[in-house]
Design a protein around this ligand. Structure first.
Ligand code: AOF
Ligand code: ZN
Length: 373
């Protein structure tokens, strides 16, 4: 049973974990609190892949006071030698008496072994304290480890009448600067930004993180670690001088096997990685595309695209979360809808759970989850 102090300490560990959420990828964000009775003697969080894990920072702060203490960790302590030595061993060596864990590590290299290591050495463990909250820290890491696919967040900007672009394709700008700054934060959470060639041809989107638009204290460091930009472009229409190609960071283009080889070479010479996929009627296999992103250790994908690709991803059950910015404007009936999904009957409608609506400048940010089961 979780007590009030369990909740207090695990909540603090979650708060600490959140501090690393823009910088730990492809690792999960993890926080740790060490307590002696009701006194906190150590705190830490994982900051960056390759650097010490949360427990190591908290143990360093606790020093000799870790002996006989209780450690609260949002994720099961690791049991493996990865980029760093196992945390379970570090906790045992420091003489920690009890370890309270938010959730088991879904990484198959750990998956319960960390907890077993602790128990074998007589450390008391409790697993699953505030698990629902803890799971929200790392949806992408959990999804990648459990399914071999990244977590896909679709970001869309629409008018009050549910329109996203004029018939000509013109769409800049529906929402205001605060909403656009929130989009920068969503990009910073993501290992990859996925778009369709239509957005590149129409808006010449760069899909980069920009220091002056990122309203985060770590903005300067974040722009040095740009998310991978991914363009779905079956016949390779992306111009070699498009901003997505010339901007900072890596670019990957998925095209069909029928695409022109000379165009492929030209885009490669401009610095893009071009991948040809088998395709039905010239369309890229979206599931295959997501599985390939896993080979690049991508946990979180931000889908920033138009109604066609967004609708296709949604219909195929490949969207895990929708983030819709709704602007106080009306765009009229000839403008494009939020998503192209040519349903004819109410039986086909997709049901969502809206979990959050809040004001962002003059716009509204709506978070919704599709029911993909
Ligand atoms: C922990 N505490 O703070 C984190 C953990 O490559 P490495 O050595 O950094 O190991 C990465 C793996 O360790 C990662 O996939 C996940 O299973 C676990 N992350 N574990 O005990 C932490 N960040
Ligand atoms: Zn560890």
């Amino acid at each position: 049973m979780a007590s009030a102090s369990d909740h207090q300490n695990m909540s603090r560990a979650i708060e600490l974990a959140r501090k690393g959420r823009y910088t730990t990828r492809p690792n999960p964000s993890v926080g740790c609190v060490i307590v002696q009775g009701d006194q906190v003697v150590g705190e830490g969080y994982h900051e960056r892949a390759g650097e010490p894990h949360a427990e190591v920072h908290a143990l360093a702060m606790a020093g000799s006071q870790a002996k006989g203490a209780t450690a609260y960790v949002t994720l099961e302590p690791c049991s493996h030698f990865g980029r760093t030595p196992p945390c379970a061993e570090a906790l045992i060596k420091a003489g920690v008496a009890e370890v309270v864990v938010g959730m088991q590590d879904p990484n198959p290299q750990v998956a319960g072994r960390g907890i077993r290591m602790l128990e074998e050495k007589g450390v008391v463990t409790r697993v699953g304290v505030m698990e629902a909250e803890v799971r929200t820290l790392n949806p992408g890491f959990i999804k990648r480890m459990q399914t071999g696919r990244p977590y896909v967040r679709a970001k869309l900007a629409m008018s009050l009448d549910g329109r996203t672009a004029m018939a000509s394709g013109e769409s800049q700008w529906i929402t205001g600067p605060q909403a656009r700054s929130e989009v920068q934060s969503l990009r910073a959470l993501s290992g990859a930004i996925v778009t369709g060639v239509g957005s590149i041809l129409h808006d010449n989107s760069s899909l980069t993180l920009r220091e002056n638009e990122l309203n985060l204290p770590e903005a300067e460091a974040l722009v040095q670690n740009q998310p991978l930009r991914v363009v779905l472009d079956s016949s390779l229409r992306t111009p070699v001088d498009a901003k997505v190609i010339t901007g900072p960071g890596q670019v990957m283009i998925f095209c069909s096997v029928q695409a022109d080889k000379a165009r492929k070479r030209a885009l490669e010479e401009a610095g893009a990685e071009v991948l040809m996929l088998d395709s039905h009627d010239g369309r890229i296999n979206l599931e295959q595309m997501l599985e390939i992103l896993i080979t690049k250790d991508i946990n979180d994908v931000l889908l920033e695209t138009g109604a066609t690709l967004a609708g296709a991803m949604m219909e195929q059950g490949l969207v895990d979360e929708l983030v819709v910015f709704m602007a106080p404007v009306l765009m009229g009936s000839s403008a494009r809808p939020l998503m192209d999904m040519p349903f004819a009957t109410m039986a086909e409608k997709l049901n969502l759970n809206i979990t959050d609506i809040r004001a962002v400048g003059n716009d509204w940010k709506i978070t919704a989850f599709p029911n993909n089961d």
